[in-house]
Design a protein around this ligand. Structure first.
Ligand SMILES: Cc1cc2nc3c(=O)[nH]c(=O)nc-3n(C[C@H](O)[C@H](O)[C@H](O)COP(=O)(O)OP(=O)(O)OC[C@H]3O[C@@H](n4cnc5c(N)ncnc54)[C@H](O)[C@@H]3O)c2cc1C
Length: 389
C-alpha cells in the first residue's frame, strides 16, 4: 500500500510539477492558486482528511509519504492538514455549511492571519476587548489587534472577539473567520529587530462578519480557540515556523559551520553539537506523542512542552553558532555572521509568539504536572466589572 502510494504520488508529480523551474508543467510562472487547486483536487493537500473534505482518508504515516514525495521534488502545497491553521480550525470546529462554503477556498488560497493579541491582552488573552455586536445576520466588529503576522497578505483572519460583557471573561468570547479585505480594516506593518516586518497592527472599525462565519459556538469561542492554539503550538514545537533554512536542516548547518571554522577538532564543541542533535531527536519523539494525543482528544498540552523545548533548542543552537564564530559574529558583513545573528533574533521571537515560554511553563505545570492553578481574581466575575488601567 505504502509503496503503491509513493509510486502514485511520484508519477503524479512527474506529470504535473516542473522541479527544475519550480512551477506547474506547461506554465511560464508559478501561479499559487492554480497549483494549489491542482494539489487539492488530487487529494494531496490534506490527505489525512476524508474524501468529502478534499482528502483521501489516509493515516498520518501515509500522509507523510505524500509530503516526502512533494518535498523531494521541491513541490509546494503539501501538509495543509498540518499547517493551514484556518482550514484546520474550520475542518475541526466549523459547521457543515461553513466547511462547504469556505474550506475549498481556504485550501486553495493564501494563509489566514491570527487576530488574537491586543495591546492589553497577550498572555492573558481572555482579556480581549475587541467587540462583536449582532446586527441582523451579521456581527459588527470594533477593536484593535497587534502583532498580527502576515495580515497584509491575508484574505481571512481568525478573530477572537468579546460578544458578552455580562459573562465572566472566558465565557463571553466568540471566534470568527473574518474577511480582511473590507472597509473598516486598516493594517499597519511593524518593523522588527530581524529586519523583517511580518507583524502588523490591525485596526477594525465597524467591519462586518456574517453570523454563519462563527467557528464553533456563540460565546464558546475560548473552547474553540484551545483547539486552534494547540495546532499552532504543535507546529512551533516541530520547529516548522522557524524560517531558518528548515529546522531539520539546522544541525547539519551547525556541523558545516564548525567544520568551516575549524572547530570540529575541539571535543567540547563536538559534544555540544551532539547534544543539539540529541535535543532535536528527543523533541521529535515528544511531538509524536503530542500528535497521537491530538488525534485521540483533539488537543494536547504536550504541544506546549514541544514549543517550550523548541524555544530552548533554538536559543541553544544560536549560542552554539556564536561560540563557533567567536568574535567573527560581530562582522555582520559576512554571510555566516548574518545568519547567526538572524537565527538568534528569530529564537527570541519564537519564544514569544504562540504564547511565551513562561506561559508554556504555566500550562505544563497545571495541565501536564497537575499542579494547582494560579489565582486569577478576575476569572469568575462579569467581564464588564473587571478593573483595567
Ligand atoms: C514571532 C511572533 C509572532 C506572533 N504572531 C502573532 C499573530 O499572528 N497573531 C497574534 O494575535 N499575536 C501574535 N504574536 C503575539 C504573541 O502571541 C504575544 O506577544 C504573546 O502572547 C505575549 O503577549 P504580550 O506581548 O502582550 O506580552 P505580555 O503578556 O504583556 O507578557 C510580558 C511578559 O510577562 C510574562 N507573563 C505574562 N503573564 C504571565 C504569567 N501569568 N506567568 C508568568 N509570566 C507571565 C510573559 O511571559 C512576558 O515575558 C506574535 C508574537 C511573536 C513574537
Amino acid at each position: 500500500m505504502s509503496t503503491d502510494l509513493k509510486q502514485e504520488v511520484e508519477t503524479w508529480l512527474a506529470a504535473h510539477w516542473d522541479s527544475e523551474n519550480g512551477r506547474a508543467v506547461g506554465s511560464s510562472d508559478y501561479d499559487q492558486k492554480s497549483w494549489l487547486t491542482k494539489v487539492v483536487d488530487a487529494g494531496y493537500a490534506v490527505p489525512s482528511w476524508p474524501e468529502k473534505w478534499y482528502g483521501r482518508g489516509v493515516s498520518p504515516k501515509e500522509a507523510r509519504i505524500i509530503e516526502k514525495a512533494f518535498q523531494a521534488r521541491g513541490a509546494k502545497g503539501w501538509g495543509r492538514d498540518r499547517f493551514h491553521l484556518g482550514a484546520i480550525s474550520i475542518f475541526k470546529l466549523g459547521s457543515e455549511a461553513l466547511k462547504t462554503e469556505l474550506l475549498y477556498e481556504l485550501l486553495t488560497g493564501p494563509i489566514c492571519c491570527l487576530l488574537y493579541s491586543e495591546p492589553g491582552a497577550g498572555s492573558d488573552l481572555a482579556g480581549i476587548r475587541t467587540r462583536a455586536v449582532k446586527d441582523g445576520d451579521d456581527f459588527i466588529i470594533n477593536g484593535q489587534k497587534v502583532w498580527t503576522s502576515n495580515a497584509v497578505e491575508a484574505e481571512y483572519g481568525m478573530l477572537l472577539t468579546r460578544t458578552d460583557i455580562e459573562a465572566p471573561k472566558h465565557q463571553g468570547i466568540t471566534f470568527f473567520i473574518f474577511p480582511m479585505k473590507q472597509d473598516g480594516v486598516d493594517v499597519r506593518p511593524i518593523n522588527q529587530i530581524t529586519g523583517e516586518d511580518e507583524f502588523n497592527e490591525v485596526f477594525i472599525e465597524d467591519a462586518r462578519v456574517p453570523e454563519r462565519f462563527i467557528i464553533g459556538t456563540l460565546n464558546q469561542g475560548w473552547k474553540s480557540f484551545q483547539t486552534a492554539i494547540a495546532s499552532e503550538r504543535l507546529i512551533m514545537g516541530d520547529g516548522i515556523t522557524s524560517r531558518l533554512r528548515g529546522a531539520a536542516g539546522k544541525v547539519p548547518t551547525l556541523l558545516a559551520l564548525a567544520h568551516k571554522h575549524d572547530k570540529l577538532k575541539d571535543p567540547v564543541m563536538r559534544q555540544e553539537i551532539a547534544q543539539a542533535i540529541a535535543y532535536r531527536q528527543l523533541n521529535t519523539l515528544n511531538m509524536m506523542r503530542a500528535k497521537e494525543e491530538m488525534m485521540k482528544n483533539g488537543a494536547s498540552s504536550l504541544a506546549s512542552l514541544g514549543k517550550l523545548a523548541m524555544s530552548r533548542i533554538q536559543h541553544g543552537e544560536a549560542r552554539l553558532s556564536a561560540k563557533i564564530l567567536g568574535p567573527q559574529i560581530l562582522l555582520t558583513e559576512t554571510e555566516d555572521a548574518r545568519n547567526a545573528n538572524f537565527d538568534a533574533a528569530k529564537a527570541y521571537m519564537n519564544s514569544i509568539g504562540g504564547g511565551t515560554d513562561q506561559i508554556q511553563k504555566n500550562i505544563i505545570a497545571e495541565r501536564v504536572l497537575g499542579l494547582p492553578k494560579s489565582t486569577d481574581v478576575s476569572r469568575n466575575i462579569p467581564f464588564k466589572d473587571i478593573k483595567s488601567g
